[in-house]
Design a binder for this molecule. Sequence first.
Ligand SMILES: [Zn+2]
Ligand SMILES: [Zn+2]
Length: 438
Amino acid sequence: MGRVLGAFAYGLWLWVSPPMQASDHEWLVRVGLERQAMGKEIFVQSIGGAFRWVDIETGRTLAESPPNRLWRVAADAQRLLAEPADPAATQRFTPTLLPLSVRRLRAEPVGDALMAVGSERTRLKPFRGAMEWQPLPQHNGKLLTINWVRLDDYLKAVLPVEIPPRFHPEALKAQAVAARSFTFRRLNRHRDRGYDLCDSEHCQLYGGVQAEHPATNRAVEATAGEVLWYNGRVFEALYCGNCGGHTAPNEQVGVGTIPLPPLRGVLDWDEQAGRYYCDGAPNPRWSLTLSQDELQRAFPTVGRPKSLQVLERAISGHVVRLVLEGDRATLEIQGALFRQRLGTTRIKSLLFTVEPDGNGWRITGRGSGHGTGLCQWGAQGRALAGQDYHTILQAYYPDTVIERLTSKEAEPRREGHRGSIEREGGAQDTSRALPNSE
Ligand SMILES: [Zn+2]
Ligand SMILES: [Zn+2]
């Protein structure tokens, strides 16, 4: 209690923390900063404004920190400890209040302040939203930082990774709505660990404010809270780099096993221009030669490969199944597995042909990525042809509607993605189809 009185003496105050909830279209995402801020000690400071230390269990503000003051957070037995990283500063600043030691601790920015965190005092990265710490009992005193961030602020940080920010604003808006819908459907992917998504490639690379770009930020703001709905639920709007001319039915290209009605495949053809909308992609066609050795390494059970043929194609032309005959066995291979074993950067898409070529096989293909859902280069082509983002989304996801998230949608979030597509990597592909450096 002496500490609390001390707080008053130093101009600090107690207050009940407002519950971490936002208005209807401001869903909060809990991102486990596994890459950026996990370790035995975490460093934190705010930029551009103050922040408050809040005891989550009681909701009390324990202290308010001025901007740019560096703090250290560590686990002490079963409690959390926060103290100024520079001990000299402690003497000058509210000595009776520090260190803070509680079970669950949150740092909440005041106003528009950003929270910079990192596991080394020199490597802090700024993030929007609040920070929370939890000890990882199985990790010997290690702490994990959880970033509570508005869904749209999360999107601002991940969108430039998904699509080149130089794309047409309507293409960026279409991508923002698709990514928001897809992200929403995966919000409890790491529920067992106490957060929604991680910050690594497993969920989606998330680098905070530094990853943002003004053009993609504008697309997020222009479509604030908008998602695609199908059959009364938010739709998991998958997308690919370049469909190659016709998008593919999701289950036939290995994206889940349940056929999703809006993802039956659409012709990406511009009638007026007489070409595919995605023809503007930098490398629409690709080819390579697979040697017997390479194929044998990928599928060793067949022995020495003798023949490779396409067995089945989707309506879009994407390869569904191949047959590989070797001197020891004959194997039927799903197209997606074939691509995965040989490398998704080598076999860029499933839209390819196979021809014998000396002792190997010539693979000639079009497009990039899994080929289902919104085609990013097609969206760009459509936007350049004058289509707005509503028209673009209707083209790639027929029978869906665009509406804002509402509180009703709390249910699917808790229910999780049972029955929905569960795969590693993002909506797009494990290999990025569209490097920003292009
Ligand atoms: Zn993850
Ligand atoms: Zn396309």
